[in-house]
Ligand binder design. Structure first.
Ligand SMILES: [Zn+2]
Ligand SMILES: [Zn+2]
Length: 276
């Protein structure tokens, strides 16, 4: 069995209405690619900030610009018209834990994918709100904050899966990067991760980004496995052709670390299924 639990039916491009993304015809396009690549467990985790209801959690200008869809319609469509697992990709915003917990609890989800995209008002992966604009001379400081925030996200217990765990590296050579052994940064997240042991996403999205690597780095993944976290395997596809993208590479790495099972979710309950 293979999984892809971090999939977006919506493209990132502007002016792509929900009415085009959330249709059975569009879902069929994703299912077809998944079947070709041997992926039976397919789940969608749309960005929470795409939904109007997310403005009850945070009102960042990026969220205000993006919050167009209705979360109830999204969950209803997936539950009633498809056989997909129902997830959501929720940003961890420091200080907004209770508001996020309320919003999550109101919806019938199979799992919640937790992401750290923002540190304060600045993003690690969005050049419109680029954290590196004011921190280009402080790579150690940015990485330290990123991994501390990731650890805090895990500690809340709000997230079933930690998405793209070392996203801060996304720009690769186009942004500063700390020198030396990066485990000193990963360490900052480990107390929180060890406390709740969420599934750690092995994401092939990084292979398609400037960094050209899997998320997370193998050394970080090893630390999470040692802490007792299972693996959630996903592509973070935003279009059908990226479902299961680069899985050969991901499977090679997790196999070399002795991982033989993948996390799957139903009604926010986790179980492990053998990789096959
Ligand atoms: Zn993300
Ligand atoms: Zn995503």
């Amino acid at each position: 069995m293979l999984t892809d639990l971090h999939v977006h039916l919506r493209k990132d491009a502007p002016n792509t209405p929900a009415s085009e993304a959330f249709t059975t015809a569009n879902v069929d396009r994703y299912r077809e690619v998944a079947e070709d690549r041997g992926i039976s467990e397919l789940g969608v985790s749309e960005h929470i900030y795409r939904f109007r209801q997310a403005l009850s959690v945070w009102e960042h200008s990026f969220w205000r610009a993006e919050a167009k869809d209705d979360l109830d319609d999204y969950v209803g469509f997936l539950r009633e018209d498809t056989d997909l697992r129902v997830g959501i990709e929720a940003d961890f915003i420091v200080g907004r834990e209770d508001r996020l917990a309320n919003l999550i609890d109101q919806h019938d989800l199979d799992y919640v994918v937790g992401s750290v995209h923002f540190l304060g008002d600045q993003a690690v992966d969005h050049d419109g709100y680029d954290i590196w604009e004011t921190n280009a001379h402080r790579p150690d400081e940015v990485w330290r904050r990123y991994f501390e925030t990731l650890g805090e996200a895990a500690r809340t217990g709000l997230f079933d899966i930690l998405a793209h765990p070392d996203l801060v590296k996304v720009w690769g050579p186009h942004r500063p990067r700390p020198d030396g052994d990066l485990r000193r940064f990963y360490d900052r997240a480990m107390d929180g991760i060890a406390e709740t042991r969420p599934a750690i996403e092995v994401s092939t999205a990084g292979l398609r980004k400037p960094v050209g690597e899997l998320y997370p780095a193998t050394a970080f993944l090893e630390m999470c496995l040692e802490a007792g976290c299972p693996v959630a395997l996903s592509s973070d596809a935003h279009e059908p052709r990226h479902v299961g993208y680069g899985y050969e590479r991901a499977l090679e790495v997790i196999d070399s670390l002795g991982v033989r099972e993948l996390a799957v979710f139903e009604g926010r309950e986790r179980r492990l299924e053998p990789i096959g």
